[in-house]
Design a binder for this molecule. Structure first.
Ligand code: 5GP
Length: 120
């Protein structure tokens, strides 16, 4: 799927929409999810235009890849996700209910997170 520059995270990256920023590096931006599903719910997005994780793997430079995944870990540490445990989630495509077509990682924690998958 071609990248849609009108998606919400692209607008956040361009400064057209605000966000509650947690962490920023040359390759990544982390901010609080607008509809948190746990006491800790932060999104980490790469600054480049990647629709899905597969797009990211195929098109990101080694520097972007390295910078992004290090930023995920640094963000998790910064928000205290490791105290008590946390979960990283990447939704890609229709079956995974991906809502925003800009690759992102959810960091969730702060409570027991239950089963890995819903039974629906
Ligand atoms: P997805 O289902 O694509 O993996 O997750 C997209 C996430 O983006 C959802 O958890 C949703 O709450 C969050 N989200 C949608 N719009 C906005 C927004 O304008 N600002 C922020 N901070 N989060 C958003």
């Amino acid at each position: 799927m071609p990248y849609d520059p009108k998606n919400i995270f692209a607008k956040i990256l361009r400064g057209e929409l605000s966000c509650q920023k947690v962490h920023e590096t040359p390759h990544a931006l982390a901010f609080h999810d607008i509809r948190p599903q746990a006491p800790i719910h932060v999104l980490v997005i790469p600054k480049g235009e990647f629709t899905s994780y597969i797009d990211f793997c195929r098109m990101a430079s080694n520097e972007e890849m390295d910078g992004f995944w290090r930023a995920v870990g640094d963000t998790a540490k910064k928000i205290g996700a490791d105290s008590g445990g946390y979960r990283l989630i990447v939704n890609s495509g229709v079956n995974a209910h991906q809502e925003v077509p800009h690759f992102h990682v959810h960091i969730l924690g702060g409570r027991t997170l239950g089963a890995m998958l819903s039974q629906q």
